[in-house]
Design a protein around this ligand. Structure first.
Ligand code: UT7
Length: 337
């Protein structure tokens, strides 16, 4: 094979954008008062330290791929596509159906998306920004015309319900988007980063090759999410601030050009600290962490879905997405709607 035949031809003039959005939130609401019955915490502590009032918890019969399929069906309807039109499914999650096969394959089967290639990514809370950026490459190279991206989490099954420092923070949910060539607007620019030296600050230690399932891992609760909250908090503020500056610079835009910010929804104090440093007023920032808590890969995509539905994002608006999570990984993206 000659070097030339290996290169993917860039089809000049193709711009990728979002042509459909969907979301699924389990019906069951768990309030801060409900949590105060499980661990030594209070509604006051959770609200003032995180901004969270309630979160959704999946029914015991639901699994991650079910949440994903519900969001995906809505996104496909919104994009006026049928499942067989999808050429690629990218699914972002840290709480998949199982270690393998990829949850995207299970979703493909449930949707009947028989023509789709599939893979999962693990980019934690930055899952949506990572998969948007990946999908953009497939669309703008001319390789695919319809890519379905899904951010989904069923974190309630990975949480230690006896650990008050983590169990109050997370929730279950799914969002999906169709990425396709658009005639106007679309993805202007994106930026991704990582720092693997801090992977120990937010992790699920067991269930992989380092600590395979054993009596010890189960007894010691090593299959649950572990977080050094305060360190993660400080890194999130620093890195998300920098990621906003980098993507604005890449786009040749300033904060004044941005109409709406969709930040990862982990903690209202993180969001406020980032936008204060970036110098964007809170009126331009979409927040739903109060209702859903941190849904990791699902957070930004569900927030974008709601912002569009509520008219906070309108045609022609410039939207800045920014997220940070376990890895550490992070990303930012500017889209013209
Ligand atoms: O999605 C990306 C990853 N995740 C995040 O971005 C989350 C980042 N971290 C955070 O949001 C915050 O660090 C937390 C909300 C997790 C914690 O807030 P904090 O202001 O950093 O509190 P802290 O961890 O420093 O703990 C302060 C106190 C401690 O008590 P002492 O040692 O001061 O006596 C904790 O034991 O608050 C205590 N505490 C609680 N008290 C009541 C911790 N969790 C709770 C709780 N209820 N649920």
């Amino acid at each position: 094979m000659t070097p030339k035949s290996k290169t993917i031809k860039k089809h000049a003039g193709i711009t990728a954008g979002i042509t459909g959005l969907g979301c699924y939130l389990p019906k069951k609401v768990m309030t801060n008062a409900d949590l105060a019955k499980l661990v030594d915490t209070s509604d006051e502590w959770i609200r003032t330290r995180t901004g969270i009032s309630e979160r959704r918890i999946a029914d015991e019969k639901e699994v991650t791929s079910d949440l994903a399929v519900n969001a995906a069906r809505m996104a496909l309807r919104d994009a006026k596509l049928e499942a067989k039109d999808v050429e690629l499914i990218i699914l972002a999650s840290i709480s998949p159906d199982m270690p393998f096969p990829a949850t995207s394959c299970i979703v493909q089967a449930k949707l009947g998306a028989v023509n789709a290639a599939c893979f999962d990514i693990n980019a934690a809370c930055s899952g949506f920004i990572h998969e948007l950026t990946i999908a953009q490459q497939f669309i703008e190279s001319g390789m695919y015309k319809n890519v379905l991206v899904i951010g989904v989490e069923l974190l309630s099954r990975f949480i230690d319900w006896k650990d008050r420092s983590t169990c109050v923070l997370f929730g279950d949910g799914a969002g999906a988007a169709v990425i396709a060539p658009v005639k106007r607007g679309g993805i202007i620019s994106s930026y991704l980063g990582a720092d693997g030296t801090k992977s120990n600050l937010l992790m699920c230690p067991a269930g992989g090759s380092v600590h395979p399932a054993s009596h010890k891992t189960v007894t010691e609760g090593m299959h649950f999410l572990k977080m050094q909250g305060n360190d993660v908090f400080k890194n999130a503020v620093r890195v998300m601030t920098d990621a906003c500056a980098k993507v604005l610079h890449k786009s040749g835009l300033t904060t004044g050009d941005i109409d709406c910010v969709i930040p990862h929804q982990a903690n209202i104090r993180i969001i406020e600290a980032v936008v204060e440093r970036v110098k964007i007023p809170m009126e331009k920032v979409f927040v739903n962490v109060d209702r859903y808590g941190n849904m990791s890969a699902a957070s930004a995509i569900v927030a974008l879905f709601e912002a569009v539905k509520e008219g906070r994002v309108k045609k022609g608006d410039k939207v800045l997405l920014v997220a940070f999570g376990s890895g550490f990984v992070w990303g930012s993206c500017i889209i013209e709607w």
